[in-house]
Design a protein around this ligand. Structure first.
Ligand SMILES: [Zn+2]
Ligand SMILES: [Zn+2]
Length: 244
């Protein structure tokens, strides 16, 4: 059957992808009996009730006369065979619970609440049946420096009053490290600057973005102008000058 596991990753791991090793407890095929539920070295017996056919025929008397009705054999559950010695490791289920370690490749650009499906990595089916799938629901830890908006990353940068008025160069933290940004003179608080290609890589092979492999979103920096506090008398005089 299918299983779902929550996988928590960091902001940067979601942006650039990562390899993670997880450990989970799940039902796997019993190694002792290879999943058939029989103690190794023992034989199955042919069901004596149905003589191996798995079905029994009864005769029912009806107003139209005697009718033959076929039904599944209850003694062998319709299988025609009876396991006389159940596997001692799995009690005949064909599965045992085991801790499994899995290496998982997280694709770059994955977002919070998205799911990775691993076919056949779910729990083993009973009596050698097909295994289900493993669904990894991704939770991305928030990062106090960045905020994600689809393929774009947003952040805020504080500048002081004179940088806003006269212009300057500041270093902006991005997922690629520090990037130099030119602040033009006369910049207002709340102005958003775009650092092209410094955002989240587009996941490859999915719909609209399928042929956009290698493409990345942008980093949007909102500049906040800090109002000066604790000014000296001289600084206050200068500002008064500006206010005229
Ligand atoms: Zn077994
Ligand atoms: Zn039978």
């Amino acid at each position: 059957s299918d299983i779902q596991v929550i996988l928590t990753i960091d902001f940067a791991e979601a942006v650039f992808g990562a390899e993670k090793e997880i450990s989970l407890k799940k039902l796997v095929r019993c190694g002792k009996c290879q999943g058939n539920g029989m103690e190794p070295g023992t034989q199955v017996e042919t069901c004596k009730i149905c003589r191996g056919s798995g079905r029994i025929t009864t005769v029912q008397r009806t107003i139209f006369g005697n009718m033959q009705v076929q039904m599944p054999c209850t003694a062998c559950a319709g299988e025609g065979k009876i396991v006389t010695h159940k596997c001692s490791a799995c009690h005949g289920n064909g599965t045992v619970q085991e801790i499994t370690n899995l290496k998982i490749k997280i694709p770059a650009g994955i977002d919070n609440n998205e799911t990775i499906r691993l076919t056949g990595q779910g729990e083993a089916g009973q009596k050698g049946g097909q295994a289900g799938d493993l669904y990894l629901k991704v939770r991305v830890n928030s990062d106090r420096r960045f905020e994600r908006d689809g393929f774009n990353i947003k952040s805020k940068a504080e500048i002081n009053f004179s940088q806003a008025a006269l212009g300057d160069r500041i270093d902006v933290e991005t997922v690629d490290g520090l990037v130099s940004l030119r602040i033009p003179d006369g910049t207002q608080s709340g102005k958003v600057f775009i650092l092209r290609g410094k955002g989240v890589p587009h996941l490859s092979g999915r719909g609209y973005f399928g042929n956009a492999q290698g493409k990345r979103g942008d980093h949007l920096v909102e500049v906040i102008v800090k109002t000066p506090t604790n000014l000296s008398r001289k600084q206050k005089e200068l500002l008064k000058e500006l206010g005229r």
